[in-house]
Design a protein around this ligand. Structure first.
Ligand SMILES: Nc1nc2c(c(=O)[nH]1)N[C@H]1C(S)=C(S)[C@@H](COP(=O)(O)O)O[C@H]1N2
Ligand SMILES: [Mo]
Length: 357
């Protein structure tokens, strides 16, 4: 039986290379997927799942091949503990990924199984490089013959079939409520009654300001505008209402009725200068995100959600509502709107470290 499984494997060096490449692809596609919020990017999630399931097959080949080195018939060398740890992490990150895909979730200290999947996957990257330093071999031409190519293709086809099968299984298990991003309705994950607006308060990392006093707060509109604005809370009046879906990369989503001021109206009051291309929203904490002007126009600075004023946790006095963007881009506690010519690559770092002193 084991021999028959191994007979379907590409040559060992090819398996090893494919594992390395697939892991890197999974980490890359997983990180990029954090920025996908509209269905035209759904293919990235399909690809991520297919390559992940292909990786399951590759790991089976690899573990069957090296099992003697682990079970001790060949004595351990200095690299073996690292290899065992990597195998463990790889199996766990694949298992958590598949489990989540099938609708499962076992929260641990407020972490969803999707968070765990991401964390385990990221841990693998540094270990992979250490492992490569010790065991790296350039592939030889003889490894890459036609048979190896056929077996490799067969493996990816099996991965794609397995992906379709998990989709079907998921539908049978009632997973239709999940988005293409993998996110589930909050009610599946949290006791929504205990949370302010019926959905969880989530801050990406360490952003946790003191409550912002509405009386002292004001919203400035600056940058490439004809007239700078400095608006008190009452002027950010909730005259515009919009239903929008908030999809957090922790794996939950919620549809809410948001009310506030349309960013396009703010920009019209201020008047745009000719070079205006981006609008940057900055929180009292420094956390910030930019949107292209056209997209920003349709965004909302919300002061209310549902029939209530925003709670502190959800970003009072005002937070960005950016339909089609992922949750981490919906800046909370916004105090400054800046019209700019250039994009803002540093926002990627700022969002991660915001709140750490
Ligand atoms: N200033 C600031 N805004 C933020 C965050 C943050 O940490 N700081 N977290 C973001 C993340 S990751 C999400 S999912 C949403 C969550 O909004 P909620 O707490 O109202 O559910 O806010 C976003 N806005
Ligand atoms: Mo999030």
């Amino acid at each position: 039986m084991l021999r028959r499984v191994l007979a379907a494997a590409p040559p060992p060096p090819v398996v090893d290379w494919l594992i390395g490449l697939c892991v890197l692809f999974e980490v890359g596609s997983g990180l990029v997927s954090f920025t996908v919020g509209t269905p035209d990017g759904a293919w990235l999630f399909w690809l991520h799942t297919t390559v992940g399931l292909t990786l399951v097959g590759l790991l089976v080949f690899k573990l069957l091949r090296v099992r003697h080195r682990i079970t001790g018939r060949v004595s351990w060398d200095r690299q073996t503990p690292l290899s065992v740890l990597m195998a463990f992490l790889a199996v766990c990150s694949l298992a958590t990924g598949v489990f989540w895909t099938l609708g499962g979730n076992v929260p641990i200290w407020g972490w969803t199984t999707l968070n765990l999947h991401v964390g385990l996957g990221l841990l693998l990257v540094p270990l992979l490089f250490v492992h490569l330093r010790a065991r790296f071999r350039t592939p030889r031409a003889t490894d890459l013959d036609r048979r190896a190519a056929l077996r490799t293709s067969a493996l990816f086809v099996s991965g794609a079939v397995a992906w379709r099968a998990t989709e079907a299984a998921d539908r049978l298990l009632g997973g239709a409520s999940r988005r293409f991003t993998g996110s589930k309705p909050t009610g599946d994950l949290y006791d929504t009654q205990t949370e302010g607006g019926g959905f969880p308060v989530t801050s990406w990392v360490a952003d946790d300001p003191d409550p912002v006093d509405r009386e002292e707060w004001s919203l400035t509109v600056t940058g490439l505008v004809e007239d700078e604005l400095d608006l008190p809370y009452e002027a950010v009046g909730p005259e515009r209402s919009q239903r929008a879906l908030l999809d957090c990369t922790s794996g939950w989503y919620t549809v809410q009725e948001w009310r506030g001021v349309r960013v396009g109206d703010l920009l019209d009051s201020a008047g745009l200068d000719s070079g205006a291309r981006y609008v940057r929203f900055t929180s009292v904490t420094g956390y910030r995100w930019s949107l292209p002007v056209a997209e920003a126009r349709d965004a909302l600075l919300a002061t209310h959600v549902g029939d209530r004023r925003l709670s502190h946790g959800h970003g009072a006095p005002a937070r960005l509502v950016a339909p089609g963007r992922r949750g981490f881009q919906w800046v909370k506690w916004v105090e400054r709107v800046e019209v700019r010519r250039d994009p803002d690559p540093a926002q990627w770092v700022v969002t991660l470290i915001s709140g750490f002193d």
